[in-house]
Design a protein around this ligand. Structure first.
Ligand code: COA
Ligand code: ZN
Length: 503
């Protein structure tokens, strides 16, 4: 479909140009580490195991399981997630344990034998001066020593250059080289306060790749200015091969790039399938429940509203071809499109909705229904029930399914084979509450329509049916709703009109 046809260009008539064809990228999910740094969020160990399993199932390349030296339960969770990997329950994802550039943290992280230890250290002057109280030279020796120390445990090591986007570029290059030479095979470039722009980000990664070959780059983009996704994609265009994400974009302050948005954007713009997209909604709902952080209705990909169209012009376009108003088909993420009916509705949307409800109306009726819909400006949107009510008022036809006012049941009866069905039917018809008796073909012999004032009375009627001679067995189905037919519970409006007619 045409969505595919503009993958890889900006879709601005092609003026955005092509992305680097060699681009390859995977996701590191940090919901369990960065995500738990969201104020108010604390996952239980069991919840973390469940989230980790689901992350592996959808296919993230790496799971950052936590910083084990933070608290006993974090340690326990990281240990058990590593255990799941060892048992083969987590099959693909590399498990990463987080650590400051201090021996005590590294000892705790590395002794759990994760696939990788991630050692972070601030590299901007502001971090060096106020947080680490180190000169640049001292910082380089800390990085070298701690990366080497972690490597001595035999695990893979990632070095995270914290606050890299505010660091002096020349010093950043030195820090990355130092980490690489000490044995780190990956370096994460962190936009710790979310102040990069996409253009700067792409240039930064292009230059780092040129200036420090022999090491792979991650991007860790914070969302303080709402640019985390854009900056992550730009970094990947510049050569980053791992993008850090969290489910729903959880994390410190405004969080980091949301997994679901990055994954869909990678497919939409670059044709890259980094995870099984059909799992992201389930994952987002799970994390919403466990974190207590609600998914906003407008959240891309997973928000309640994002495949629901409203304005008449939009719905008319979508009915003709969904691509008119959709960036990508909802089926990608296992969702379906819909549209609301309210004062913004147009004729095409209204007719389509009525037809979906099995209601055919004339052009005049449609106009009259639409007029009434638009008068209901106080309603945030009209439910199908409300719309059918309006349609009944306009057309005078009974259109709604109605719950019965009494307890109603359909009872099928099987008769003894040595007895005339008709004789049984006649006896059954005498029982109070049996409204209709129908002899039928098939496995059963008689169908009864029974009405009672309440369930107790219904039971009594059924008992009476069972005690009739010749009845072998019965099967009862309660009527939940039914379409009223003329003469029996017709729409109030229709009844009104009937009365008027007779008057
Ligand atoms: N490498 C080495 N040391 C670091 C560091 C790093 N990347 N980042 C901060 N530090 C040092 C600071 O300089 C400070 O040291 P100081 O006490 O000598 O001044 C200390 O770590 C941080 O202060 P504080 O949090 O008060 O220390 P603490 O020993 O009580 O606790 C943690 C340390 C890590 C256990 C605790 O802060 C914690 O549980 N943090 C949660 C995880 C976290 O902060 N992650 C950040 C991820 S980006
Ligand atoms: Zn972060």
């Amino acid at each position: 479909m045409a969505v595919e046809s503009c993958v890889g260009v900006s879709c601005l008539g092609g003026v955005g140009g092509e992305w680097p064809r060699s681009m390859r990228v995977g996701l590191l999910d940090s919901t369990l580490r960065e995500g738990e740094q969201t104020p108010g969020v604390s996952f239980t160990v069991e919840q973390k195991l469940e989230i980790a399993r689901l992350l592996d199932e959808i296919g993230v390349a790496m799971i950052e399981a936590g910083h084990p030296n933070v608290a006993p339960d974090v340690h326990e969770a990281v240990k058990r997630i590593i255990g799941l990997k060892r048992e083969g329950v987590i099959r693909r994802a590399e498990i990463v344990a987080h650590s400051r550039a201090v021996k005590t943290d590294i000892d705790v992280a590395a002794s759990l034998e994760p696939d990788r230890v991630a050692v972070f250290y601030g590299v901007s002057d502001i971090h060096l001066r106020y947080k680490h109280r180190k000169t640049r030279e001292e910082a380089l020796s800390v990085i070298a020593e701690m990366v080497e120390y972690a490597r001595s445990y035999g695990v893979k090591v990632r070095f995270t250059a914290e606050d890299a986007t505010r660091a002096d570029y020349g010093f950043l290059v030195e820090a990355v080289r130092t980490a690489r030479d000490a044995g780190a095979d990956r370096v994460s470039i962190a936009d710790t306060v979310g102040i990069a722009t996409p253009y700067a980000m792409r240039r930064l990664f292009e230059r780092l790749r040129r200036d420090v070959p022999g090491v792979e780059f991650d991007v860790h983009a914070h969302n303080d200015l709402g640019l985390a996704v854009a900056n992550s994609l730009a970094a990947a265009e510049g050569g980053a091969t791992i993008i850090h994400v969290t489910v729903g974009g959880l994390g410190e302050r405004a969080g980091i790039a949301p997994l679901e948005q990055v994954a869909v954007a990678l497919k939409r713009h670059y044709g890259l399938d980094v995870v099984d997209l059909r799992g992201v909604v389930r994952l987002a709902r799970l994390v919403e429940r466990y974190s207590g952080v609600p998914i906003p209705p407008t959240a891309p990909v997973v928000g309640e509203n994002v495949f629901t169209h409203k304005a008449g012009v939009h719905v008319a376009g979508v009915l003709a071809n969904p691509e008119t108003y959709e960036a990508y088909p909802p089926e990608w993420v296992g969702r379906t499109r819909d549209y609301t009916i309210d004062k913004y509705t147009g004729r095409k949307a209204l007719r389509a909705r009525l037809e979906r409800l099995g209601v055919r109306v004339s052009d005049e009726e449609l106009d009259a229904i639409l007029r009434r819909v638009k008068e209901r400006s106080e309603a945030r949107w009209l439910r199908d029930e409300d719309l059918l009510e309006i349609a009944e008022e306009v057309t005078g036809r009974a259109l709604r399914l109605r719950p019965p006012e009494h307890v109603e049941a359909l009872v099928t009866v099987r008769c003894d084979s040595n007895i005339y069905t008709t004789a049984v039917a006649r006896r059954l018809s005498l029982i109070p509450g049996v409204e209709e008796v129908i002899e039928v073909t098939g496995e059963n012999d008689i169908l009864l329509r029974v009405r009672a004032r309440n369930p107790v009375e219904l039971n009594q009627v059924i008992e009476a049916i069972r005690s009739v001679r010749g009845v072998r067995s019965t099967y009862t189905m309660l009527v939940l709703r039914r379409l009223a037919s003329s003469g029996d519970g017709a729409a109030p409006a229709a009844r009104e009109r009937g009365r008027e007619g007779k008057a």
